[in-house]
Unconditional design. Structure first.
Length: 94
């Protein structure tokens, strides 16, 4: 039996309670984090368990984000905000 929770469940549960509600994020910050998860992380990592997200997967995903061009290009700030959530996942699995 696996000892690690799926990322989607972690985001909706522990991450949201401890890092969003617990940090008293403003409504705009809450919307931003939810948008990041729904638009970027859910498809890429949502079904994975925390222990399946290793440094190589994060590096590969980061590369895919920064290589976007045209209308799909993301600002450095957006990429960093996306990676900040992944960093919390990595801290959680330690």
């Amino acid at each position: 039996m696996r000892n690690s929770v799926r990322c989607e469940k972690w985001f909706e549960g522990r991450f949201w309670k401890e890092w969003v509600v617990g940090s008293r994020n403003k409504p705009s910050e809450r919307e931003s984090k939810l948008s990041i998860f729904e638009c970027h992380l859910k498809d890429a990592f949502g079904e994975l368990h925390l222990d399946e997200i290793d440094d190589a997967k994060v590096a590969e995903y980061r590369a895919s984000l920064v290589q976007r061009e045209g209308n799909d290009k993301l600002s450095d700030k957006r990429v960093n905000n996306i990676l900040a959530i992944l960093q919390q996942w990595q801290i959680q699995r330690l």
